[in-house]
Write a protein that binds this ligand. Sequence first.
Ligand SMILES: Nc1nc2c(c(=O)[nH]1)N[C@H]1C(S)=C(S)[C@@H](COP(=O)(O)O)O[C@H]1N2
Ligand SMILES: [Mo]
Length: 262
Amino acid sequence: MARLITRRNFLTGTALAASGIVLSGCDVFDFLGERENAMRQFMLKANGLTMRAQRALLSPDRLATEFTEADIRQPMRPNGVTRPDDIDYQTLASNGFADFRLEVTGLVDRPLSLDLEAIRAMPARTQITRHDCVEGWSCIAKWTGVPLQAILDSAGVRPQARYVVFHCMDTIERSLSGEVKYYESIDMIDARHPQTILAYGMNDMALPIENGAPLRVRVERQLGYKMAKYVRGIEVVESLAGFGAGQGGYWEDRGYEWYAGI
Ligand SMILES: Nc1nc2c(c(=O)[nH]1)N[C@H]1C(S)=C(S)[C@@H](COP(=O)(O)O)O[C@H]1N2
Ligand SMILES: [Mo]
């Protein structure tokens, strides 16, 4: 089938080449990566509808496709912040994260403060899944971690809870108006989904700093920006107002859709 080379595609390719970004290891997947694609624009506009349609048509427990070891063809490509320059983070990292604590707060009966040993002692789940970044690349990797559901259950989530907010350790933006740390959020359906895990392992190794050590979220039915890296806290809330600009995540506050279902 003939492929139209548009001026925009050509420019994108040129810009990518100039930026030195290597796409060869991770496959460009589909129109979701083409920011001006008409279908993508339509889908983004219809996002509210899409979310309702997805929620109505698909079971809340629908599993994202899982792959085999043979499908892991390249190292997981790091993206976004890949080495937080925050002093607190670097101090923790220099000590192998021995002093790291995951704080679980908000609408819970028992707030928790868990070290990595406690987290690794909980039941684990391993899954080989495809990560789709909104920028248009995908990577298949193997993730090991604790189901978020297990952590929520041990904290005891209160009935009015609607969302889980992930607080991250990396400052992604510095400007005159201040410093912004990455954050994200998901609803309780995704929070309790069996494939939603806090991963501490990747491709049978400890999770590398580039990919979010010591803990990062996997929410397999959504795009990559939902999968917060460098997670230090989980806050169970009724409303997303009051975090950042109130849209539920760092990128959402800058125009991305909150529900990034794929
Ligand atoms: N804390 C934090 N989490 C983050 C980001 C980030 O910059 N900081 N980038 C997001 C984006 S856009 C993507 S595609 C994935 C990249 O994960 P990876 O580095 O393991 O490929 O992390 C997401 N989570
Ligand atoms: Mo991304």
